[in-house]
Ligand binder design. Structure first.
Ligand code: HSE
Length: 422
């Protein structure tokens, strides 16, 4: 039987999850898959930290070279997280001919070209199912099972923390700050939540997903990003009244040879399958020319869901005769600098004769067609009202230019939220 020697980089929650899963399923994997694993070395910062799982102390080392340069180690599994030193370690392992299995979307998205080139040169494998949406097998699906398709769009809820926050804001009418501080207390959001709430985490994942979907590298710097920190309970509620649910959506589309990749708060119709994805769950909705629409749903984070993807990659790596790398062309991707979608536009206006006509005229001059409009009186704000416009599909740039032209003394507190999924 083929025996694979593994070195771990890191042994926090995820590393311990992998350790536990290999203990739990190792025998079954041997019987079913004909491969066996030996954890040979584990790089840690502290050898004595309590980990909640019995790991022989002799496996621990604080010296990176004991994992990265040891010729007896075949596969390096990385779960340190963050860009550095993880990216340098992954590159060194690949250049040493070691296959790497990683959960690290940040290191992968920011060093994509280098890592693919290093793997190609040495013939090592690079496996990263766990880097996007934890247990959901979306990397394998897009890179392998759906290869026969031209994928036209990928839309996903690919960050559990923000989905938890928005789900509760939507259900309870609570404010962003209130739910965030609850989520932090419950350990569902990091003490510094920036990576999640500002959309960075989702942007790394979308860079990887869109690169695989469109077969051209979509650098993370080209992903448009807006987080959820400015989302108001008022917008969430008004959207609900119009049959719309607010999500932090990652959207990637290829239209006329140009790719758009964007992460931003987005309304989806309540009837869309993504609207029913609540709490910390993730989902990815894929549209392909042959497969049509499909949705992948599951847990995007957590030790065991992430270990599920990591160990499955490990099995695939150990069984591979030859490691496949993603089919991504060398020609740089042409990114769209504008996109067409419906928009929800809310604004506070002076409630006076002629105001609506002027605003509608401004939208019209910029080619933005209004699909519907609702006016809500505002208690406590004499002479002011909330107007909510839903546009037909319109260019983002046109909507922005129309709004920029509106007179600030008549119009205030404007919020613009894209609508997808119709
Ligand atoms: N922090 C991420 C999330 C999980 O909330 O989904 C790891 O990417």
């Amino acid at each position: 039987m083929k025996r694979t020697r593994i070195g771990f980089l890191g042994c926090g929650n995820i590393g311990c999850g992998v350790y536990r899963l290999l203990q739990r399923q190792g025998k079954r994997i041997e019987e079913n898959e004909g491969v066996s694993f030996e954890i040979a070395r584990i790089l840690v910062r502290s050898k004595t930290k309590a980990r909640g799982v019995e790991i022989p102390e002799r496996l621990f080392t604080t010296e990176p070279q004991d994992v990265l340069d040891d010729e007896r180690i075949d596969v390096v599994m990385e779960f340190m997280g963050g860009e550095e030193p993880a990216a340098s370690y992954i590159l060194r392992a690949l250049r040493n001919g070691k296959t790497v299995v990683t959960a690290n979307k940040m290191a992968l998205a920011t060093h994509w070209d280098e890592m693919i080139a290093a793997a190609r040169e040495s013939g090592a494998g690079l496996y990263y199912e766990a880097s996007v949406c934890g247990a959901i097998p979306i990397i394998r699906a897009i890179g392998d099972s759906l290869q026969a398709n031209r994928i036209t769009s990928v839309m996903g809820i690919i960050n559990g923390t923000t989905n938890y926050i928005l789900s509760r804001m939507s259900r309870e009418g609570a404010s962003y700050e209130e739910v965030l501080s609850d989520a932090q207390r419950l350990g569902l959001a990091e003490p510094d939540p920036t990576a999640d709430v500002e959309g960075y985490d989702a942007a790394y994942k979308l860079s990887i997903l869109s690169t695989l979907s469109f077969h051209r590298h979509v650098p993370v710097e080209c992903v448009y990003r807006e987080g959820i920190t400015n989302v108001t309970p008022l917008d969430v509620r008004l959207g609900r009244e119009m049959g719309l649910t607010l999500k932090l959506l990652a959207v990637a589309k290829e239209e006329e040879g140009r790719v758009q990749a964007r992460v931003h708060p987005t309304f989806v119709p309540d009837t869309h399958p993504l609207a029913s994805v609540n709490g910390a769950f993730n989902a990815v909705y894929v549209d392909g020319d042959a497969c049509d629409e499909m949705m992948f749903y599951g847990r995007g984070a957590g030790d065991m869901p992430t270990a599920s993807a990591l160990v499955s990659d490990l099995i695939k790596a150990a069984r591979a005769e030859r490691h496949a790398l993603p089919a991504v062309g060398a020609v740089p991707c042409e990114m769209a600098d504008d996109w067409i979608c419906e928009h929800f536009v809310r604004m506070q206006v002076s409630d006076e004769p002629g105001v609506l006509a002027v605003l509608a005229g401004t939208f019209a001059r910029h080619g933005v067609s209004i699909a519907s409009m609702v006016q809500k009186g505002e208690s406590g704000t004499q002479g002011r009202a909330q107007l909510i416009f839903l546009t037909h599909k319109a260019s983002e740039r046109a909507v922005r230019s129309a709004l920029a032209e509106m007179d600030g003394s008549t119009v205030s507190q404007v919020s613009v939220i894209r609508v997808e999924g119709r």
